[in-house]
Design a protein around this ligand. Structure first.
Ligand code: XMP
Length: 514
């Protein structure tokens, strides 16, 4: 069954991802696409979905900048409703020969808009609405065929619509929570203007993914990289449903796994009836990582070595396909967006070498966010323990050891990590946290142990709350739990003299330290 879809044209705005997320919360499928996708390309997407609306995202540009991203003006003639937000709003006005004043400085924060006409996207709203704005350019004149819907003190045209076509512009961001009735505005666009059916659910991908895997692999065989994290676990379970014995799940122990992980993953998946092997490749990974301190280089090396190990295993069983548990945020953060920065290369995306031996890489979860993957996992009947596990990065503890990697450091961190995990789970906090782990910093510091001076490692404890890892907040853990963690780490690990708690949100930090 084809689902109704809203495409978000990505002009590099920091909230772009949130727009798609909000539309999905309304049970309508939404996907982020490059901002220069042509009208023709949009039409072609209709073979797999029914494109019912386009949202032009914000972006850090002025329409007057020479290299500012542009859209194909023909999309305005597609007859598909369009909503421009912020930069999208300014661009629609600019392209339609409205008047746009270049901003000299950026204004951002809460604004009160006066709603002149509560119609279309603004239907049912009050005459005064609290919204979140962040803009440089300002629209101050519209051509004949448009009408102003709302204004603020500094924006004479804060919202507009085309008089006959379903084209809207909002200077503000309805997708952020600070816009009080933002969800109502998006609901209006999605249901009133675009007439979408709210029939998309994350689990809609299950049948589609199983069918896709069957079609691509045909009578061949595939392998999947199984790390034991929720993403690769769900992808493995899906692929096993599609291929049965023709799927080999390969768990690679690269030496940076958590304590007891290898045994746990092997036994869990064997019990689920999945064909699985564990490859012990600690030495070859450590050899390649010797002396490497740059985090991106570490990630790239691990990503590449993973593929080489997979290829060797695949050759043995003549597998042509590689299945991976890549999810949507991995792709975004690995820089598939044209106008945003690469933050870090997740090993299962940007870290892939160019000369891959597989016929194709299949990523059945590529369009899902983490919490959606969890929903899928529940629906598919995966054990609760697996469903609620905290995410674990592909490169594992390697990106939690700052600086050079050694076996000693890795063993030390493994033990510290186990203490953090146990103490958090013992007090029942695990279920409400996104991740909780230890990081081995490069900082050494002085301490006293017994009666003598000690000079040892500093462990940082990172515990965060998050919904889908794009943003995260450090968790306000009770002091007695933190104290227990700190006491146990310094008592049980003599090499550690200091434990610190990371109180940085994402952004500006990322969740992992490297
Ligand atoms: P950051 O550190 O980018 O992490 O804020 C966001 C989420 O992604 C996980 N993560 C990874 N997952 N391969 C993965 O499969 C990776 O290379 C990787 N790096 C980070 C991280 O644990 C967090 O949940």
């Amino acid at each position: 069954m084809k689902h109704d879809a809203i495409l978000v044209l990505d002009f590099g705005g920091q909230y772009c991802n949130l727009i798609a997320r909000r539309v999905r919360e309304l049970k309508v499928y939404s996907e982020i696409v490059p901002c220069d996708m042509t009208a023709e390309e949009i039409k072609q997407l209709n073979t797999t979905m029914t494109v019912k609306g386009l949202i032009l995202s914000g972006g850090p540009w002025s329409v007057y900048e020479e290299d500012a991203p542009k859209f194909d003006p023909k999309i305005l003639e597609l007859g598909i409703p369009i909503l421009g937000l912020c930069y999208g709003h300014q661009m629609i006005a600019y392209y339609s020969k409205g008047k746009v004043k270049p901003g000299t400085k950026k204004e951002y924060g809460i604004a009160h808009v006066m709603v002149d006409k509560a119609v279309g996207v603004l239907k049912g709203l009050d005459s005064k609405e609290k919204v979140w704005m962040s803009h440089g350019d300002t629209v101050y004149g519209l051509p004949e065929e448009f009408e102003m819907l709302a204004y603020t003190e500094s924006c004479p045209i804060a919202a507009f619509r085309h008089k006959t076509n379903s084209i809207y512009g909002l200077q503000w961001h309805p997708e952020v929570v600070h816009t009080e009735n933002g969800m109502q505005m998006l609901r209006n666009f999605v249901f009133e203007v675009c007439k979408c059916e709210p029939n998309w659910k994350p689990e809609s991908v299950v049948d589609k993914a199983i069918k896709e895997i069957k079609e691509i692999v045909g009578n061949g065989t595939a392998i999947i990289g199984l790390s034991g994290g929720i993403d690769s676990s769900v992808a493995t379970f899906m692929a096993a449903k599609a291929l049965g014995e023709r799927l080999l799940a390969i768990y690679v122990d690269h030496g940076f796994m958590r304590l007891g992980e290898t045994e746990y993953v092997e036994s869990t998946f064997k019990n689920l009836g999945v064909n699985i092997i564990a490859i012990h490749a600690q030495d070859r990974f450590m050899k390649r990582l010797e002396g490497v301190i740059d985090p991106e280089e570490k990630r790239k090396i691990i990503g590449e070595e993973f593929i080489r190990v997979f290829e060797e295993a695949a050759r043995k069983i003549a597998a042509d396909y590689l299945i991976q548990g890549t999810i949507y945020p991995d792709r975004i953060e690995s820089g598939f967006r044209k106008h945003s920065d690469t933050i870090k290369t997740h090993h299962n995306v940007g870290g892939l070498p160019e000369d891959i031996e597989f016929k194709k890489i299949i990523e059945p979860l590529r369009d899902l966010y983490k919490d959606e993957v969890r929903e899928v996992a529940k629906i598919m009947g995966l054990p609760n323990e697996l469903v609620t596990r905290q995410p674990f990065p592909g490169p594992g503890l390697a990106v939690r050891i700052i600086g050079e990697l050694t076996k000693e450091k890795t063993d030390l961190l493994r033990k510290a990590d186990k203490i953090v995990t146990d103490e958090i789970e013992n007090v029942g906090l695990g279920d409400c946290l996104w991740q909780y782990f230890a990081v081995l910093t490069e900082t050494k510091s002085t301490g006293v142990k017994g009666d003598s001076r000690a000079y040892g490692f500093t462990i940082a404890v990172r515990i965060v709350e998050s919904k889908e890892a794009m943003t995260a907040g450090f968790a306000r853990i009770p002091y007695d739990v933190l104290e227990k963690i700190s006491t146990r780490i310094t008592n049980e690990l003599p090499q550690v003299t200091r434990v610190v708690y990371d109180i940085t949100h994402k952004p500006p930090a990322t969740i992992e330290w490297e």
